[in-house]
Design a protein around this ligand. Structure first.
Ligand SMILES: C[C@@]1(CC(=O)O)C2=NC(=C\c3[nH]c(c(CCC(=O)O)c3CC(=O)O)Cc3[nH]c(c(CC(=O)O)c3CCC(=O)O)/C=C3\N/C(=C\2)[C@@H](CCC(=O)O)[C@]3(C)CC(=O)O)/[C@H]1CCC(=O)O
Ligand SMILES: NC(=O)c1ccc[n+]([C@@H]2O[C@H](COP(=O)([O-])OP(=O)(O)OC[C@H]3O[C@@H](n4cnc5c(N)ncnc54)[C@H](O)[C@@H]3O)[C@@H](O)[C@H]2O)c1
Length: 190
């Protein structure tokens, strides 16, 4: 379980500290590669020093409870593997498409349901959304720079989001994408 959470944290660029007498081969590999800090021993309160998010993920509810109490005293956000009702945050099931993230949470009711909905959404939101978000970023920066009227900007953004650019990206018709962007701008550029 810790391995999965660590993987997600590393993917997000977090700096990770692991405290455990035993670790999986993959966690050991990440440690050897210098991708995380490994303290290969039992948990001590001072392991929390400098932390922002804490995951109490041992197989001992006594130890998890102790970590939770230490976090409360230190005002740290803690996720408890075997006691969701006492966690102060849950990890959602996430789809990432570049700058776009879609998170699904059942507030602890059923992680399997969250994962099922994630798989359904993955089909609906394909990899073209990554390109779409990149195109929108570029155009939005241009519009923010070129057009002062906030209502005009909103009209342009609405036109772009509701255009067929997404389908065009899916079909790799990049010339037509440029055309749509030009059209959205039409009449506004000073
Ligand atoms: C979304 C995801 C993210 C992630 O962890 O990366 C996630 N769990 C995932 C998978 C998963 N977890 C479990 C199974 C086995 C089937 C089952 O038991 O249902 C599977 C399925 C699998 O392995 O495929 C077991 C399990 N999970 C929790 C408990 C404790 C309890 O409920 O008491 C137990 C029982 C342990 C035991 O048996 O002792 C608790 C939590 N798990 C959460 C998140 C939080 C609520 C999220 C929400 O409801 O939205 C919460 C509350 C705390 C947290 O961890 O933040 C990820 C799917 C990623 C994806 O595929 O997209
Ligand atoms: N939230 C979730 O998604 C989820 C999923 C599966 C399991 N769980 C829960 O997570 C917990 C862990 O499950 P697992 O399958 O990863 O167990 P596991 O036995 O594979 O791993 C437990 C780890 O805790 C370490 N540990 C034990 N005592 C420790 C201490 N005092 N200090 C530091 N580390 C210590 C062990 O060395 C081991 O590496 C269980 O309570 C389980 O119910 C939660």
């Amino acid at each position: 379980m810790a391995e999965r959470k660590i993987h997600a944290l590393l993917e997000c660029g977090a700096s990770v500290r692991v405290v455990s007498p035993k670790v999986t081969p993959l966690i050991k590999e990440w440690s050897d590669e210098g991708r995380l800090e490994l303290r290969q021993r039992h948990y001590q309160t001072f392991d929390l020093e400098g932390s922002f998010l804490v995951f109490a993920a041992t197989n001992s509810s006594r130890v998890n409870h102790r970590v939770t109490e230490d976090c409360r005293k230190g005002h740290l956000a803690v996720n408890i593997a075997d006691d969701p009702s006492n966690s102060n945050f849950f990890v959602p099931s996430v789809i990432r498409r570049g700058k776009l993230s879609i998170a699904v949470s059942t507030s602890g009711a059923s992680p399997l349901l969250a994962a099922k909905i994630r798989r359904q959404l993955e089909k609906q939101f394909g990899t073209e959304y990554e390109e779409f978000a990149d195109v929108l970023t570029e155009v939005r920066n241009q519009v923010l720079n070129d057009i002062e009227d906030i209502h005009a900007r909103r009209t342009i953004f609405k036109k772009l989001v509701e255009s067929d650019i997404l389908e065009l990206l899916r079909e790799k018709k990049y010339d037509q994408v440029k055309e749509r962007i030009k059209n959205a701008y039409c009449g506004y550029r000073s």
